[in-house]
Write a protein that binds this ligand. Structure first.
Ligand SMILES: [Zn+2]
Length: 220
């Protein structure tokens, strides 16, 4: 008579039970899946080429002429914008293209430069700033704004939306807008309305004057 329960062979099997082996196999499978997921979500997008350059416009009001410049010690491609007419303090800073806000806050420290105290203590870094992701690995950033940005992280903005007010927070000598265009992790020569600005090096002081084409567009 047999019960089906006891065989002599079973008592010689290794101590590791089938349940433990299944568990180990599951953990290993999860680890492999995790690596595949990380490659898919992180590495592949990093290697993907950038999309076409968005049709950026000057980050200031339609029709206004501004001076764009750089100087030794600024970084190549960085642009400082000053209005050619009127008061600089508080001028609207506009999104130069539509996208999603990825930074909106304080970079470095604000310092104490305000319209009432323009020679106040200088801050560090970008002061009140905004960064916008335009998709296709393209980004723009806007530094030294007067007040907390008018947009929040995660917010969608359209070209021409006001994101802040021009100021002199952070490491800024006078009220101006420091502006950059980036492709992937690199700064690139700024383009406005499809044309390169010509600001490509900080080896010498260099300025150009451009008129903003950041104008309301008919909705199609
Ligand atoms: Zn600058």
């Amino acid at each position: 008579m047999t019960t089906g329960r006891s065989t002599t062979a079973r008592s010689h099997r290794p101590a590791r039970s089938p349940k433990i082996r299944v568990l180990i196999a599951l953990v290993a499978a999860a680890a492999v899946l995790g690596v595949i997921l990380a490659i898919t979500l992180v590495v592949v997008p990093m290697l993907r080429p950038a999309g076409p350059r968005p049709l950026f416009q000057l980050p200031v009001a339609c029709g206004e002429t501004w001076q764009l410049g750089t100087y030794p010690g600024h970084d190549d491609y960085d642009v400082d914008l000053f209005p050619t007419e009127g008061e600089a303090w508080g001028r609207p800073v506009l999104a130069s293209y539509g996208g999603t806000v990825t930074e909106a806050g304080i970079n470095g420290s604000l310092g104490g430069r305000t319209p009432d105290n323009p020679e106040g203590p200088r801050g560090r870094g970008g002061g009140y700033w905004v960064k916008i992701d335009h998709g296709g690995k393209w980004e723009t950033q806007y530094l030294h704004m007067l007040e907390p940005p008018l947009v929040k992280v995660g917010q969608e903005v359209a070209q021409g939306d006001q994101i802040g007010l021009l100021g002199s927070t952070g490491n800024s000598g006078a009220p101006h807008l420091h502006y950059e265009q980036r492709r992937g992790w690199e700064k690139v020569e700024t383009h406005f309305d499809g044309a390169p600005s010509g600001i490509t090096t900080d080896e010498r002081e260099h300025t150009v004057r451009l008129t903003s084409g950041n104008c309301p567009r008919a909705v199609s």
